[in-house]
Design a protein around this ligand. Structure first.
Ligand code: PMP
Length: 388
């Protein structure tokens, strides 16, 4: 009998299958609405000018990436310290009590996916589960979340989030789920620009969520793949995370630089675990190191060097913020223009305000499941799940 005879054939990943089909298609006006990656006015990927600069131009205080004296030695297990500490400041805020009190632990990961995985693995080993390990995921969520948690033996459970009737947040359903879940449940929260609906809670709603989480001793598993991409402002998009830290909700944050730095393929990200004191943080870090060692030994250098240069150089940081405003601004302008075309120009029946009320690259409508990336070119209302 052939060894792998009983291995079932898995279906190809729908998004990457679509991308392959897109590449093979010779139609001139083709548009790929599947993958969650930023495109410019010519439907092309955009290398951020600041990233180009960090790679090639000379900088006053720092090495540039083209510097031949940079070697290719291994990074420490937890990654490039200059990168992870600047990344923590970026999401938590430099004046965060968690940073001031040295109780935030940061580990460099294989982009946001790797951060989600390492965090899931850590929880599977060390979280004090109240019953069988399970995580509450918004309905809907980034499809990969289900697989990431199942992989480490944590059962995904849905919580109400999107309401197709209002094309907005099912806030009562969300709060109800938080209230009814057993104490110390783990809730995955999208820090901003919810994938795949583009529907985010308001700051008042976030504050109410934090209050229930404190009361029920729930754990907040923040996934932050779009900081800066939602509003164009890095601090604004970090509001929920910072509010939760201030309120003392137990939490971790998975951080990706794929979208906001346009470094998709370089796989640069971080996991930040906020503990209640410095001593606990040290123990958490020691175990994250053990897990990381067995999985990838140490993270890759290139993307971390690029982001570290940008975050640690005042001028480059300003230029990056400008690039982020360019991307977020275009996305917001696309929403406005699509809304204008549908309502004023085409006088399409119905209310289209959700297009300008939703945020980031994704959008949802009355059919709910048909989330897709927002691109103004073309009118292909396919049913692809937004991904990336
Ligand atoms: N979380 C969410 C919600 C996402 O949308 C994405 C990207 N599609 C990721 C995590 C991870 O992306 P990456 O691994 O490329 O950083």
């Amino acid at each position: 009998k052939e060894l792998w005879q009983d291995v079932p054939l898995a279906p190809p990943d729908s998004i990457f299958k679509l991308t392959a089909a897109f590449k093979a298609d010779t139609f001139e006006k083709k548009v790929n609405l599947g993958v969650g990656a930023y495109r410019d006015d010519n439907d092309k990927p955009w290398v951020l000018p600041v990233v180009q600069k960090a790679s090639t131009h000379s900088l006053a205080s720092q090495r540039v990436l083209s510097d031949t004296s940079l070697d290719h030695e291994y990074l420490p297990i937890t990654g490039l310290a200059l990168f992870t500490s600047a990344a923590a400041n970026l999401i938590l805020g430099a004046s965060s009590p968690a940073i001031q009190e040295q109780r935030a632990v940061s580990v460099q990961t294989i982009s946001g996916t790797g951060a989600n995985h390492l965090a899931a693995l850590f929880l599977s080993r060390f979280y004090k589960w109240n019953g069988a390990p399970q995580i509450y995921l918004s309905n809907p969520t980034w499809a990969n979340h289900h697989a990431i948690f199942k992989n480490v033996g944590i059962e995904p459970v849905d919580y109400p989030y999107y309401d197709p009737k209002t094309i907005g947040l099912d806030f009562n359903g969300f709060i109800g789920a938080l209230q009814n879940a057993p104490e110390r449940s783990v809730f995955l929260l999208h820090a901003c620009a919810h994938n795949p609906t583009g529907v985010d809670p308001t700051s008042e709603q976030w504050a109410a969520v934090a209050d229930v989480m404190i009361a029920k001793k729930h754990y907040a598993f923040f996934d932050c793949a779009y900081q800066g991409f939602a509003s164009g402002d890095l601090d604004k998009d970090a509001w929920a995370v910072r509010h939760f830290v201030e309120k003392g909700v137990a939490l971790l944050v998975c951080q990706s630089f794929a979208k906001n730095a346009g470094l998709y393929g370089e796989r640069v990200g971080a996991l930040h675990v906020v503990s209640s004191n410095e001593e606990t943080a040290g123990r958490v870090k020691s175990q994250l190191s053990v897990l990381q060692r067995s999985e990838i030994s140490n993270p890759p250098t290139y993307g971390a060097r690029v982001v570290s240069l940008i975050l640690n150089d005042a001028q480059l940081f300003e230029e990056w913020k400008e690039d982020i405003r360019t991307m977020a601004g275009r996305i917001i302008a696309m929403r406005k223009e699509l809304h204008r075309l549908l309502t004023e120009e085409l006088k399409t029946p119905g209310n289209w305000d959700h297009i300008i009320e939703q945020i980031g690259m994704f959008r949802a409508d009355r059919s709910g499941a048909n989330e897709r990336e927002l691109q103004l070119h073309g009118n292909q209302w396919g049913a692809e799940q937004a991904a990336g």
